[in-house]
Design a protein around this ligand. Structure first.
Ligand code: NAD
Ligand code: ZN
Ligand code: ZN
Length: 350
């Protein structure tokens, strides 16, 4: 790690949806007066990065784009107005790079819902590069002794799954189903759920993901690839349905099933965003069950600090594997095939 700033660096860049992801030399960006420049040592790969590369959502990315929003590294330069970071500090780059700070939502601390949000790795070049700029207000402060590879996935997968559990508003002893439990967000949602005293039922596919979820504290696992009547099975195990559901799969079918198996008075939390998906459910059933459907988008600065605190206390960790930045296309391929157990973290020096 060096605090001197080079002129060039390596980055993964693409020019158009599904276009080649080119690992190449680019100029190191210059921070604006309100930004820090972070030497990103590690970046997690979130499924949102894959959605961005595919152009899955109505919200368009900047192009060409450097993706990535789970970055952890060291502050190597800062703009003239930045007082909250010093050179040499550890910093985290997360999805929300900046927001207006003056709208109705920002005023309430609901900055991820700001209509003028700026997103790392989406509308602002992100962490799939050695040096990335970040707004000093939204960048996360990380302690000096933290392991930067291990903390990276907490910055999106951790914060988002923790906030989704807060959104589900459950009590200790109640059942929560995590749909997509073996992936990046899911593997953390299982552990935050356990740490919050919930009984966790994990749903995903394959023996590797079953073993992982059980090792992380899930009381039960339902394999969506093998279970004939998933709704009945989830309700049988939870004696009438889970009190809450955290939807972190990238499957429209799985999301729709969650409204069927949720317990009366239960809360269905929407987090995963499969392309072109609709939530379709029977109105009568939802009315009679008095169930609630709630969206949840990343977390604010307070949620981030809280989610990190669970990590510092050893209550949650991301099961991750490190590969070089240049391997991003291979990681996307595995992710699209649902073959990633936990998270991949990129080492930006390779
Ligand atoms: P991931 O690929 O690591 O995990 C998804 C998991 O879902 C995989 O383990 C896969 O096997 C599983 N899955 C697929 N079909 C399933 C089914 N029918 N039933 C149960 N599980 C199934 O992805 P991730 O990085 O954890 O992201 C998940 C989703 O969350 C993505 O859509 C991503 O864009 C979204 N996301 C949302 C927010 C937010 O703020 N709302 C933040 C981050 C990510
Ligand atoms: Zn993410
Ligand atoms: Zn705002």
């Amino acid at each position: 790690m060096s605090l001197t700033v080079p002129k060039t660096q390596y980055a993964c860049v693409f020019d158009k949806p599904f276009g080649p992801i080119v690992y190449k030399k680019t100029a190191v960006p210059t921070p604006k007066p309100t930004e820090i420049l972070v030497h990103v040592l590690y970046s997690g790969v979130c499924h949102t990065d894959l959605h961005a590369w595919r152009g899955d959502w109505e919200l368009k990315t900047k192009l060409p784009l450097v993706g990535g929003h789970e970055g952890a590294g060291v502050v190597v330069a800062k703009g003239s107005q930045v007082t909250s970071f010093e050179i040499g500090d550890y910093a985290g780059i997360k999805w929300l790079n900046g927001s207006c700070m003056s709208c109705e939502y920002c005023m309430q601390g609901a900055e991820p819902t700001c209509p003028d949000g700026d997103y790392s790795g989406y509308t602002h070049d992100g962490t799939f590069q050695e040096y990335a700029t970040a707004d000093a207000v939204q960048a996360a402060h990380l302690p000096k002794d933290v392991k930067l590879d291990a903390v990276a996935p907490i910055l999106c997968a951790g914060v988002t799954s923790y906030k989704a559990l807060k959104t589900a508003d459950l009590r200790a002893g109640q059942w929560v189903a995590v749909s997509g439990a073996g992936g990046g967000l899911g593997s953390l949602a299982v552990q935050y759920g356990v740490a919050m005293g919930l009984r966790v039922l994990a749903i995903d596919g394959g023996d590797d993901k079953a073993a992982l979820c059980k090792s992380l504290g899930a009381e039960a696992f339902v394999d969506f690839t093998k279970t004939k009547d998933l709704v009945k099975e989830v309700q049988r195990i939870t004696n009438g349905g889970p009190h809450g559901v955290i939807n972190v799969s990238v499957s429209e079918k799985a999301i729709n099933q969650s409204t069927l198996y949720v317990r009366p008075l239960g809360k269905v939390v929407l987090v995963g965003m499969p392309a072109d998906s609709k939530l379709t459910c029977d109105v009568l059933t939802q009315v009679f069950k008095c169930s609630q459907i709630r969206g949840s988008c990343v977390g604010n600065r307070e949620d981030t600090a809280e989610a990190l605190d669970f990590f510092y206390r050893g209550l949650v960790h991301s099961p991750f594997e490190v590969v070089g930045l240049s391997k991003l296309p291979e990681v996307f391929k595995l992710m699209a095939e649902n073959k990633i157990v936990g998270r991949y973290v990129l080492d930006t020096s390779k």
